[in-house]
Design a protein around this ligand. Structure first.
Ligand code: 4AZ
Length: 226
């Protein structure tokens, strides 16, 4: 998270840390006691056996509960070159117990409007290219940039912005490396999954997110079959 501040899990109780061989690799969101939503690009060339999920902690490396991953499913239409359909679901080996620090978040059913307020959280780097991630959860407030606006000449991406994507932009504020898979929340629901961008908080390059409203039916179906 670039341009953000430290926070606690009580303010973002749907946030989890996805860990690969004991290190934080990505973020994710609690969909139900057994299902996590994350990005497909977080789950390339990896076996479920080396993955764990830490829920209910402000710190990626301690506290809360650390649960093994039973299985995961990437969106069948995910394309690593174009980043379309960058979404996945994870099934946990044991159920999370919901509490003040672990809480499911509902999926957006309609995309947030251009200009809507949103927040993105995670343990990602605080500048692009940084070699370490912060130990404590951070967040930043950003504004939604609708798909049409994000693909317009106002910004630098043009036709790279596809139907499964939505953007968010505020000068000096963005998600960054290690925030991938994590939650973009607007209006109290999961509106986006951190996916990609040109650098982090670069002028005229919004953060790009998987559009949860557009991918909602895939998530609902995959959650019951993973
Ligand atoms: C990444 O490499 C990454 N500024 C994630 C988010 C953004 C850029 C890069 C958005 O995981």
């Amino acid at each position: 998270i670039v341009g953000g501040v430290a926070t606690t899990i009580n303010s973002f109780p749907w946030q989890i840390s996805l860990q690969r061989s004991g290190s934080h690799s990505c973020g994710g969101s609690v969909y139900s006691a057994k299902i996590i939503v994350t990005a497909a690009h977080c789950l390339q060339s990896v076996s479920a056996s080396v993955l764990k999920v830490r829920a209910g902690s402000s710190y990626w490396s301690s506290g809360g509960t650390l649960v093994s991953v039973a299985a995961f499913k990437n969106h069948e239409g995910y394309n690593s070159k174009t980043m379309v359909n960058d979404i996945a679901v994870i099934r946990l080996s044991s159920s999370l117990t919901m509490s003040s620090t672990i809480k499911a978040i509902a999926l957006a059913s309609t995309a947030p409007a251009n200009g809507a307020a949103a927040s993105v959280s995670g343990w990602g780097t605080t500048s692009f290219g940084s070699s370490s991630v912060p130990s404590q959860l951070r967040y930043v407030d950003v504004k939604i940039v609708g798909r049409t606006q994000c693909a317009s000449s106002t910004y630098g991406y043009g036709s790279e912005i596809k139907a499964s994507m939505i953007c968010a932009y505020t000068v000096g504020k963005d998600a960054c490396q290690g925030d991938s898979g994590g939650p973009l929340v607007s209006g109290g629901v999961l509106a986006g999954v951190v996916s990609w961008g040109q650098g982090c908080a670069y002028t005229n390059y919004p953060g790009v997110y998987a559009d949860v409203a557009a991918l909602r039916s895939w998530v609902v179906s995959a959650a019951s079959s993973v």
